[in-house]
Design a protein around this ligand. Structure first.
Ligand SMILES: O=C(CO)[C@H](O)[C@H](O)COP(=O)(O)O
Length: 219
C-alpha cells in the first residue's frame, strides 16, 4: 500500500487546524511532523507542545521525523504528545541501537532516516529492529528543495535488501517530491511518500487527490 504523508512544515501555521483537516478529508493517511532543532539542521521548526495541541483534532497517523541531535532525549515527550511513529537520523544518534530500543519500549513504531550522503550500510545491524527507513531525497532542513536523483538507486538497493532478508519494513522518501516524479519513486520501491510543498502549496484537497490517483495505479 502506498501512503501519502503530508509534511506540515509547508502548512500555514496560522491555519494549521484547517490545513490538517483538509489533508485528512482528502484521504491522506499520515501526517508528517518535521521537528528541527537548529543544530542537527539549520532551521528550528516546533516541538512536542505544538504536536500535543494538534493531536486531538486529527485521527491521522502522526509520523514524527526528528531532525535533532541526540533525539533519545525527546522520545518520551513525543510519545506523550501522541506520536505513532518516531524516526531518528542515524547521523544524529551516538547510540542508535539504544535509541531504537527506547522508541519501541515506549510502544510506538521506530524509523531510521538517512541523509543523502549516508550509506545504507548503517542499517546493517538495525534493519531487523525497525519498522521504517526514511530515505532523504534532499539535505534535511528546509522544505521546497529539488529532489536529488541519487535517492532512486538507494531506494532500489534498500528494497532489495528488505526483500532478501524477508522483512516488513516501510520505505519512506522525503524531499522534493511532486506528482511528476512520484511514480519513479514508487517504482523504485518507496511506499510512504512525504510531500510538503506539493500538498500545501495551492489547493490542498486537489493536491492530495492527485497523489492518491497516481497511487491507485500501484495498489
Ligand atoms: O524533512 C523535510 C525537510 O528537511 C521536509 O519534510 C521535506 O523537505 C518536504 O518538503 P518538500 O516536499 O517541500 O520538499
Amino acid at each position: 500500500m502506498i501512503k501519502l504523508a503530508p509534511s506540515i512544515l509547508s502548512a500555514n501555521f496560522a491555519n494549521l487546524e484547517e490545513d490538517i483537516k483538509q489533508v485528512e478529508q482528502a484521504g491522506a493517511e499520515y501526517l508528517h511532523i518535521d521537528v528541527m532543532d537548529g543544530a542537527f539542521v539549520p532551521s528550528i521548526s516546533f516541538g512536542a507542545p505544538v504536536m500535543k495541541c494538534i493531536r486531538p483534532i486529527s485521527k491521522l497517523v502522526f509520523d514524527v521525523h526528528l531532525m535533532v541531535e541526540e533525539p533519545i532525549r525527546y522520545i518520551d515527550d513525543f510519545v506523550n504528545a501522541g506520536a505513532d511513529i518516531i524516526t531518528v537520523h542515524a547521523e544524529a544518534c551516538k547510540h542508535l541501537n539504544r535509541t531504537i530500543s527506547r522508541i519501541k519500549e515506549a510502544g510506538v513504531k521506530a524509523g531510521v532516516s538517512l541523509n543523502p550522503s549516508t550509506s545504507l550500510s548503517v542499517l546493517d545491524y538495525c534493519l531487523e529492529d525497525i519498522d521504517m527507513v526514511l530515505i532523504m531525497s534532499v539535505n534535511p532542513g528546509f522544505g521546497g528543495q529539488k529532489f536529488l536523483p541519487l535517492a532512486i538507486d538507494k531506494i532500489k538497493t534498500l528494497k532489495e535488501l528488505i526483500r532478501v532478508k524477508n522483512l516488513n519494513v516501510d520505505i519512506q522518501v522525503d524531499g522534493g517530491i511532486n506528482t511528476d516524479n512520484v511514480s519513479e519513486i514508487i517504482e523504485a520501491g518507496g511506499n510512504v511518500i512525504v510531500a510538503g510543498t506539493a500538498v500545501f502549496g495551492g489547493d490542498i484537497i486537489k493536491n492530495v487527490k492527485n497523489f492518491n490517483e497516481i497511487f491507485s495505479k500501484y495498489q
